[in-house]
Design a protein around this ligand. Structure first.
Ligand code: ADP
Ligand code: ZN
Ligand code: ZN
Length: 805
């Protein structure tokens, strides 16, 4: 008997979804498992490449030419069985390579070359310790330097729980350490000494009493012992000198959420909330997978429904996964989950350092953390035995990844729900049309929270017609009624949230004489004015240049910026309300780590009267003293060539309106717009999601758009425009053979922004209802695109793209 490993190799230019077979050296037989990473020789030059084991088979013999696996990178799988299956499904769904999907699912620390160390655990025997750790200390795990027999021995020890592998970021003191304290003497001995010193040194006695309760081999942080035993560090030093305890260096988890949170208790649910929790509870108890749409107006108490449902899953000794659009934008939500579930909560998001991310990942993987909160990629968290998956603000576009693999976290959540036999709860005040339409079909059970908690009224929304206002206020960004409303709040010491919608909007520079617009030399888009750095920047490629003083086209001096930036609005606002305290929140003011939380905290403490920000202030904020919300420019996004423009506008206006009047004081909203008659604006005024849904569905039907049609976008890019265009025409010609005449083909066309980072982009969008051959056709295009990839042609396939631009 022998064993063969199926290995997915990580070779970017020659990717395939099929694994290669490698011989497993005799020493490692029955040790290698799927989900471990290895190094294998590849290609004619026998170059060493990384790979992942996806299968192991027993064979009686094999062809002697099979190359052997060179080295093992993990002693236990980094991907559990569920995630291995998920990777396969993901690759198939998103036209991505399995290896790419696996990389996406792993924490960053495991993707890069990291230093590894093997450390002995308590269970190791003295003999094993002597063999494998002659120095008594952890040893570097460098597969190139270890012989097969040693690796085989270590693999066995790992399986028996006797050693562990620690991953370190190079040059970056990865594992954070603190001083640890552990008792050196058995409890009865400690009791004896305690009695002896009790009168003379009561503090030492306190320390000895505390040490008796500790497990000998499990050191605790010194800071914790100091606090819990009520002694100073000097007393601990005495204890060390007297041989009662041992000080050591202790690895600690980096806590990504530094602020302590006050614990909260479940609230008494109102009848609508209780009905929702009961339905979700029944689904957690049941064996069939049932999924839900929680459709609740802003302030209806959706979060409390989530929290109490998570509690149900935990009672059943299962785990819970909660997805939020962007962690940085929702610190209040994270704090609410932590306040309810404390230490068992892990937080995952891209803002964490690699080390922090890995710490959280490990706490989840080993079962210490049972509630995971995170943004999009947290949907791959290695939680086991999942009892509930929640996706808050399910309509948010940030749930779709816009690079390969182009997955939507909602689809992954639903897959994991099926795998774990647990419900998925999609929550929103303004569900995506896709989700609401599926609920109408009965695919999701719809749970409605139609009223705000305690019958608080929704805010009163006024629409301000800026076409009329412009006549009296000229260039100002603030209409007369909004100014009066702000002044009233300042007088009453209430707070104001003002939103400047930056979507589809930019502060670009235009010549008022000839209309010349300054564009990026690499990309086909206007450069944006940045007042802080006094420069023009390209948001696509980062190109930066000086602000022009004269028009490069006609030499006029009347070249100036057009549009409004938050900084300009802040200046104007301050001029209008000289004594008001203003906080600004936009990409510039929140660039530094933690800046976001700081601004929100200041506002929460009423250290400012007005919070002025971009769309990032629309979500999730719950400040009781905010009684006025102003939207300075409601319709900038309506003009985008995007079939979801109305939906996005309605969602944004509803979300931001929901920030007003959440507590006892009633709220008021002013929406400034140049399109007061547009249905998205009108229905945002009445906050009537259901009418918006019906109206928008009719529009989608008319235009043959999702959710009536599925869509897939194929893009080809190349430095030479002719190459990109030709490739796109060939692709369309090939695909047409797979399509019925029911499918609608848009294109090929150059993309709305045809040139980005010196490459030209051509695209086609296919809208379809039922095309059984399309998937195979797309698969072929992807395979064919592999070879020319070396010559700079890139082809991407985006199922259900977020927009068609
Ligand atoms: P949503 O997420 O639907 O916008 P929240 O969950 O933020 O709403 O709830 C709005 C406010 O109502 C919060 O301050 C929350 O603490 C409070 N709240 C929620 N449920 C209850 C309840 N059953 N009783 C009292 N207050 C509640
Ligand atoms: Zn000009
Ligand atoms: Zn550019």
């Amino acid at each position: 008997m022998a064993q063969i490993g199926q290995i997915l190799v990580d070779v970017p230019t020659m990717q395939t979804n099929d694994p290669y077979s490698y011989a497993i050296p005799a020493e490692w037989e029955h040790q290698l498992q799927a989900g471990m990473r290895v190094i294998v020789p590849f290609g004619r030059g026998h170059r060493m490449v990384d790979g992942v084991v996806v299968g192991v088979t027993d064979v009686t013999s094999f062809d002697g030419t099979l190359k052997p696996i060179e080295a093992v990178l993990d002693l236990s799988p980094v991907l559990n069985a569920e995630l291995q299956q998920l990777a396969d499904w993901l690759a198939d769904e998103t036209f991505a390579f399995r290896i790419t999907c696996i990389q996406t699912m792993l924490p960053n620390l495991l993707k890069t070359k990291t230093e590894r160390e093997i450390a002995p655990l308590d269970a190791i025997t003295p003999a094993e310790r002597a063999t494998y750790f002659p120095d008594g200390t952890p040893r570097p795990f460098d597969p190139d330097k270890l012989d097969e027999a040693t690796v085989a021995g270590l693999l066995k020890l790992q399986r028996a729980g006797k050693v562990t592998v620690l991953y370190h970021v190079k040059n970056q003191a990865a594992a954070k350490t603190t001083t640890g304290v552990a008792p050196l003497l058995p409890p009865d001995k400690l009791v004896e000494i305690q009695h002896a010193v009790a009168k003379r040194a009561p503090k030492q006695a306190d320390l000895l009493a505390y040490l008796q309760g500790m497990t000998p081999s499990q050191p605790q942080p010194q800071a914790k012992v100091v606090k819990a035993a009520g002694v100073s560090s000097a007393v601990i030093n005495t204890g060390a000198e007297k041989g009662w305890l041992e000080k050591s260096s202790l690895e600690v988890y980096r806590d990504p959420f530094h602020q302590p949170v006050k614990p909260t208790h479940p609230l008494t649910l109102n009848p609508d909330q209780a009905k929702a929790v009961a339905a979700i509870t029944a689904a957690i108890d049941g064996d069939d997978t049932q999924n839900f749409l929680v459709e609740g107006v802003t302030g209806s108490g959706k979060t409390e429904v989530y929290l109490q449902s998570i509690a149900v899953a935990l009672q059943q000794k299962r785990t819970a996964l909660m997805l939020v659009p962007e962690i940085a934008l929702t610190p209040q939500m994270v704090n609410r989950v932590k306040a309810r579930f404390g230490e068992q909560v892990a937080v995952l998001h891209s803002g964490l350092s690699k080390g922090e991310q890995y710490d959280e990942w490990r706490r989840i993987d080993n079962g210490e953390a049972t509630v995971v909160v995170g943004a999009r990629s947290a949907v791959f968290a290695p939680v086991k035995n999942v009892g509930l998956i929640i996706m808050d603000e399910e309509h948010e576009s940030s749930y779709k990844q816009d690079e390969t693999p182009r997955y939507h976290a909602r689809d992954v959540a639903l897959w994991r729900g099926r795998y774990n036999h647990c419900p998925v709860v999609l929550g929103s005040a303004t569900p995506s049309l896709e989700t609401r339409a599926r609920a109408a079909k009965g695919i999701y059970t719809r749970l409605v929270l139609p009223k705000r908690v305690n019958d608080r009224p929704l805010p009163t929304v006024h629409i301000v017609d800026m076409r009329a206002e412009m006549k009296s206020i000229g260039d100002s960004d603030f209409s007369t009624p909004l100014v009066a409303a702000i002044q009233a709040r300042l007088d009453r010491k209430e707070q104001v949230v003002l939103m400047l919608n930056r979507r589809g909007y930019s502060s670009f520079v235009m010549c008022r004489d000839c209309g010349f617009v300054l564009k990026c030399p690499n990309c086909d888009i206007s450069l944006t004015l940045h007042m802080d750095s006094h420069s023009m920047k390209c948001h696509y490629c980062g190109h930066e240049e000086a602000i022009p003083k004269v028009c490069p086209n006609c030499h006029s001096r009347k070249i100036r910026y057009y549009g409004t930036g938050t900084q300009k609005v802040e200046t104007a606002l301050q001029a209008q309300f000289p004594t008001a305290r203003i906080l600004r929140m936009d990409v510039d003011s929140t660039r530094r780590k933690g800046a976001h939380e700081r601004i929100l905290k200041q506002f929460g403490n009423h250290e400012a009267d007005i919070l002025l920000g971009t769309q990032m202030i629309a979500k999730g904020l719950d400040f009781p003293n905010v009684t006025l919300v102003g939207v300075l420019n409601a319709d900038t996004a309506l003009g985008l060539p995007d079939f979801r423009a109305s939906e996005r506008t309605f969602q944004l206006l509803t979300q931001v309106s929901g920030r007003a009047g959440r507590a006892t004081k009633p709220g008021e909203v002013f929406i400034q717009t140049f399109n007061p008659d547009h249905y998205a604006i009108q229905l945002a005024q009445s906050q009537d999601y259901e009418r918006f849904f019906v109206t928008e569905m009719a529009m989608r039907h008319q235009g043959s758009y999702p959710p009536y049609y599925f869509a897939v976008q194929v893009t080809a890019s190349h430095e030479d425009e002719a190459v990109a265009a030709k490739a796109m025409y060939q692709i369309v010609a090939a695909l047409k053979g797979d399509l019925s005449d029911q499918a609608i083909v848009l294109g090929p066309t150059p993309k709305a922004i045809a040139r980005v980072k010196r490459k030209y982009y051509y695209q086609v969008v296919i809208k379809y209802k039922n095309e059984p051959d399309l998937k195979a056709g797309l698969e072929q295009i992807r395979q064919a695109a592999q070879i020319p990839a070396r010559h700079g042609l890139a082809v991407t396939i985006d199922p259900e793209p977020m927009n068609f631009m």
